[in-house]
Design a protein around this ligand. Structure first.
Ligand SMILES: [Fe+2]
Length: 362
């Protein structure tokens, strides 16, 4: 029996306050009413393998009966420690991480956790083909490979290019093992909570004209991931599939075509101080003593408010409108307009996805 299921993404334990958040989670061992809680960790824990291991151990030590995990883009960044241990590519790093999870009993494959509830971590990576919406009118905005750190710090084998669909397809293939059997085992009345680091749908990111970096969608999601979610959707009754995601650092709770999508990102302390409202979902903030609870008493917990998904509940998406909003226009002019010489390193240092799409509506 499962009591509750919690989700969190983008734990970024390199931030001291985030490491403290992990250590400060309520210890549920011996707590009445917390007999069998499950936690889903949706990637971007750290680019340091040992830090990922330590955080997952800490989650286990907090008394979660099961911890599920998938990696994010940060886990694909190569660092000095990888060099020291002879880890050559992001592929070997992902494989090492999945092996460590196996050793630790952290689950990286779909499984039933009781009372008709499946948890399905879906491994993924971003590719620019995910973005099918028109470009905004901002020729000064640099291409995604110059701005996003992933293109500098991840290192893929020669046969996998991150400029095409290769890496996203390879990462999606990590889900293949046992997939058909898993899908076939889902009964129509079952519930499924799937989760990924990246976005399975373009509607889960604010439109380009509102973003400080309008090409963010090109490094945010995966069509391969969307197909996995669609496959799960076809197996369950309406309302029985929730998908949690991360990466963009926006609180989110939206139902699209009968699937509910949520994001609860721990993100970074500076993001919480600059734009708390776009990060919150329901009661969840970086000061919460719990991750976001999405399942309790045999049902999905619903109704959490989140700024951007509330905005899209009231406003149609209009991607054909390619005119930048004034705040974005101003930011982009200042940063990349004539006479500005934003270098690759300065772009990269300040344009983590979470730092880019800032519009706080008051
Ligand atoms: Fe990410």
């Amino acid at each position: 029996m499962v009591d509750r299921v919690f989700v969190v993404s983008d734990v970024h334990v390199d931030a001291t306050a985030n490491a403290a958040w992990v250590r400060g989670l309520r210890d549920r061992r011996g707590c009445a009413g917390a007999g069998r809680d499950v936690l889903c960790v949706g990637g971007d824990v750290s680019d340091d393998v040992e830090e990922v291991r330590a955080a997952l151990e800490e989650f286990q030590a907090r008394g979660f009966a099961e911890v599920f995990y998938t990696f994010g883009n940060h886990e694909c960044w190569m660092n000095a420690e990888d060099e020291r241990v002879g880890r050559e590519t992001s592929v070997s790093k992902i494989r090492d991480l999945l092996a460590i999870c196996e050793e630790m009993g952290v689950r990286t494959r779909p499984g039933k956790v009781g009372d008709g509830l499946w948890i399905a971590p879906l491994h993924s990576y971003h590719h620019r083909g995910f973005d099918t919406e028109p470009e905004v009118d901002a020729p000064e905005v640099p291409p995604v490979e110059r701005v996003m750190n992933d293109f500098r710090f991840a290192r893929w084998p020669d046969n996998l290019s991150d400029m095409t669909d290769d890496v996203a397809r390879w990462c999606d293939g990590l889900n293949d093992h046992g997939w058909d059997e898993f899908v076939a085992s889902i009964e129509p009345g079952d519930k499924v909570l799937s989760f990924s680091h990246f976005l399975p749908r373009l509607e889960l990111i604010p439109e380009k004209r509102m973003l400080f970096y309008p090409r963010l969608a090109q490094a945010s999601g995966s069509e391969f991931l969307r197909k996995r979610v669609d496959t799960l959707k076809a197996r369950v009754n309406e309302g029985n599939l929730t998908h949690a995601f991360g990466h963009t650092h926006f609180g989110w709770n939206q139902t699209l075509d009968g699937v509910r999508y949520v994001q609860a990102a721990l993100a970074t302390p500076s993001e919480w101080s600059k734009r708390p409202r776009s990060l919150e979902i329901g009661e969840f903030t970086n000061l919460s003593e719990e991750p976001l609870c999405v399942y309790e008493h045999g049902e999905f917990v619903e109704g959490q408010r989140a700024m951007w998904s509330d905005y899209y509940a009231a406003n149609e998406r209009a991607p054909e409108d390619v005119e930048l909003l004034p705040h974005a226009r101003q930011f982009i002019r200042q940063r990349w307009g004539p006479g500005r010489r934003a270098t690759v390193s300065s772009d990269a240092s300040s344009l983590h996805p979470g730092a880019t799409g800032v519009v706080e509506r008051r």
